[in-house]
Write a protein that binds this ligand. Sequence first.
Ligand SMILES: [Zn+2]
Length: 233
Amino acid sequence: MLTIIGRSGWGARPPTDRTTVAWADRTGFAVHYSAGPPTQTPGQIQDFHMDDRGWSDVGYNFLVNRDGTVFEGRGWLVVGAHAAPHNTSHIGVCFIGSEGDATDAAKESMRLLYHEANFRAGRSLAQTWHSGLPGQATECPGADLRSWVMAGMPSTIDNEDNDVALSTEDINRIAHAVHTRTVRSFVTDTDVQVQTEWRRGTRYAFENRSTLAELLEEVQQLRGEVAELADKS
Ligand SMILES: [Zn+2]
């Protein structure tokens, strides 16, 4: 289960400026490391970015420490300062630490964040890492995290204990939400009703992420097949 410590939870300073984007602008999810000690706090990183670098806020959209605790940085839809010129298109998530410090708990939290981003975007974002983006002269996020992202951010822990049994009513509502989203999105993506249904679906996703991730994959496959059929007819 993904828990995010909000800005007030870690005593974030207010940003001096902020620019927001829409989910439609987001195409990727980029993993970073801070290349500093794993004992650094988000507050210390924010101070460094604001006071030494002169940025408007901590550069990353989210930060994850060794325990797997997730801290809200700029959040989902604020343009970050982590991999120019990809800050509008990419959500930047930073592991607090250096090469070899990333734990299974930290990787699991980043994996859940990635799936959460997909749920919110309503589609799969590209899984990438800082030095994998064009024009980035950096070692970030180091060999270990880079190969983990390249492998598709596999789960590193046993998730069985986190699975929550869903009631029949819940399952029906998820199926309905997914069905509605799949069918109706061919009509219009801006349909308010569709978005309401999708949000209802994502709330249940909090309770059973792995199942929903698989469902989302299936829905996307189905959408592709339906689109193909539509092209042929
Ligand atoms: Zn980086």
